[in-house]
Design a protein around this ligand. Structure first.
Ligand code: PMP
Length: 360
């Protein structure tokens, strides 16, 4: 084998959910928002097309000032407390690279967002997973061991279970020598944000995304909120890799999105209502459903294996997510769609369950 092949950086990549091109598919597999972006975003997108294309000759603002200012005003923090990136995956990746640089292991739950272990692997960060209990709950006292950092998804994924703010506060209080990242990708759908802690604790970083509650997964916008010290360190790393991560249309449309508070609140209300209906209906159809504060539910059927249900649904053009991993391989993660989509989902689900009962 040629020497250079030996030195290729080998890694096992994160596997995102499928993005099928067939528009007829009921797509409940990647926790996207079933509603379109704010009309303000759509209007700004049209204007961009008509007048703004010429501006694309220019580099975007590397400091992303307009979006940073908009987010700082929205959250009542200083611009120095805001970092932006290409989706929260980019923000989290920069945060891992910036803060997790100790020989001690970074801690995260065994059942959580599977990208965390991909980053610790590629950045060669020592890590240790902390098992959630048999009800998939995180116990923050389990994290009171020597560590080089902590990352918690709250609400957690793929379970949807959230931790109260007091637990996050206790976790931070007990880990003053580490950076604690709280990944709040789903916080707008329920649970208590750790944002209240960033003024009191210099070591807490809260990470958010426009991909779920703001219906902009395709635009790729994420951000982090934290002390000036944390944000400056992340910017130093970002500017050492790529100054222009955020493109000009993403900055412009992102600003419009944050300004439409009413539309945002309305979308969330609808998704929460549909979540309630979905949970009840799943229970009626023989599922055990974990308590969810997110825009998805994690559910296991009392009789039929998750993999079979997943495959049956897929044949009927309904996509949900199945993780073939220890402890969770009898669960399905089902994103909350519109009421119409969920009605179609249940129609097909009943078909699949009937077929499986006949096979039984
Ligand atoms: N954190 C969690 C817990 C997620 O589920 C996701 C979505 N895959 C992300 C972060 C990343 O989302 P995005 O990069 O679209 O902001």
């Amino acid at each position: 084998m040629a020497m250079w092949k030996e030195f290729i950086r080998k890694t096992i990549p994160y596997v995102p959910g499928e993005q099928p091109s067939d528009k007829k598919i009921i797509k409940l597999n990647t926790n996207e928002n079933p509603y379109p972006p704010s009309p303000k975003v759509l209007k700004a997108a049209v204007e961009l097309g008509e007048k703004g294309a010429d501006d694309l000759r220019r580099y975007p603002d590397p400091e992303v000032k307009k979006l940073v200012q908009t987010l700082s005003a929205y959250h009542g923090v200083w611009p120095e407390n805001v970092f932006t990136g290409v989706g929260s995956d980019d923000v989290l990746s920069v945060a891992f690279l910036t803060f997790f640089n100790s020989p001690k292991p970074v801690l995260f739950a065994d059942i959580t967002y599977s990208f965390y272990s991909v980053w610790t692997d590629i950045y060669r960060i020592p890590s240790k997973t902390i098992p959630v209990d048999e009800d998939f709950r995180i116990h923050v006292s389990d994290y009171n061991i020597p560590n080089g950092g902590i990352v918690i998804a709250n609400p957690n994924a793929p379970t949807g279970i959230s931790l109260p703010l007091e637990d996050i506060r206790a976790l931070v209080e007990a880990n003053q020598d580490s950076v604690v990242i709280v990944d709040e990708a789903y916080i707008d759908f329920g649970g208590q944000s750790a944002l209240a802690l960033i003024k009191d604790y210099e070591n807490v970083l809260v990470v958010r995304t426009f991909s779920k509650s703001r219906s902009l997964a395709g635009l790729r916008v994420g951000y982090a909120l934290g002390s000036e010290t944390l944000i400056k360190a992340m910017n130093d790393v970002k500017f050492s890799i790529n100054s222009y991560t955020m493109n000009a249309p993403a900055i412009k449309l992102g600003v419009e999105c944050v300004q439409d508070r009413e539309y945002f609140a309305e979308c969330i209300r609808k998704i929460k209502d549909t979540r309630e209906y979905t949970v009840e209906n799943l229970q009626r159809n023989g599922f055990k459903v974990l308590p969810s504060d997110a825009n998805f539910v994690f559910a296991s059927h009392i009789r039929h294996p998750a993999k079979k249900i997943f495959e049956g649904l897929k044949k009927r053009k309904v996509f949900v997510r199945f993780f073939d991993k220890p402890r969770i391989n009898n669960y399905l993660r089902i994103s909350i769609g519109t009421d119409d989509e969920m009605r179609s989902f249940f129609k097909e689900l009943r078909g699949v369950l009937n077929d499986l009962a006949l096979d039984f």
